[in-house]
Design a protein around this ligand. Structure first.
Ligand SMILES: [Zn+2]
Length: 150
């Protein structure tokens, strides 16, 4: 992104944790800026551009981070699950993921294909629908008639 493009961004600036703010994709940051305004909550960028140097093969999320089209976010003043559900409902970004970082969750957004995932204990991306299994279990339970208490 150029200095001129950064000046068009309202809720973020190049001083955040972009890795390299000039390697971020303008269209991606523009949409992130719009999402931040729409959610109207404080968003902290925990990671933007990076290139994985480890010997393991890069994951999908690594690819988009190294293309400047992914960010990891934390929401210091908001419940993570509530915010995740709001982002999933909007689904403005193709990829929506949950990274683990020191026992906390971070929201990953990228410009890739439509896919939602969470990262398990060994870093494998798993479908986010697995996290919704407890809800499916509730839905399958028979409705119990309430007995009025007099
Ligand atoms: Zn990420």
């Amino acid at each position: 992104m150029t200095e001129e493009e950064w000046r068009r961004i309202k809720r973020f600036n190049p001083d955040k944790n972009w890795g390299d703010p000039h390697k971020m994709d303008y269209g991606f940051i523009f949409l992130l800026d719009k999402l931040s305004a729409h959610l109207n909550i404080p968003i902290i960028i925990s990671r933007g551009y990076y290139v994985r140097v480890a010997d393991k093969s890069p994951s999908r999320s690594d690819f988009y981070h190294s293309s400047g089209m992914a960010c990891d976010l934390v929401f210091p003043q908001c419940d993570f699950t509530d915010t995740l559900l709001r982002v999933l409902k909007l689904w403005w970004f193709g990829g929506i993921g949950i990274h683990r970082s020191n026992g906390a969750c971070e929201l990953h957004l990228d410009a890739g294909d439509r896919e939602a995932w969470w990262e398990d204990e060994i870093g494998v991306h798993r479908p986010i629908s697995e996290l919704l299994l407890p809800i499916a279990a509730i839905e399958k339970r028979p409705n119990l008639k309430r007995t009025p208490s007099f």
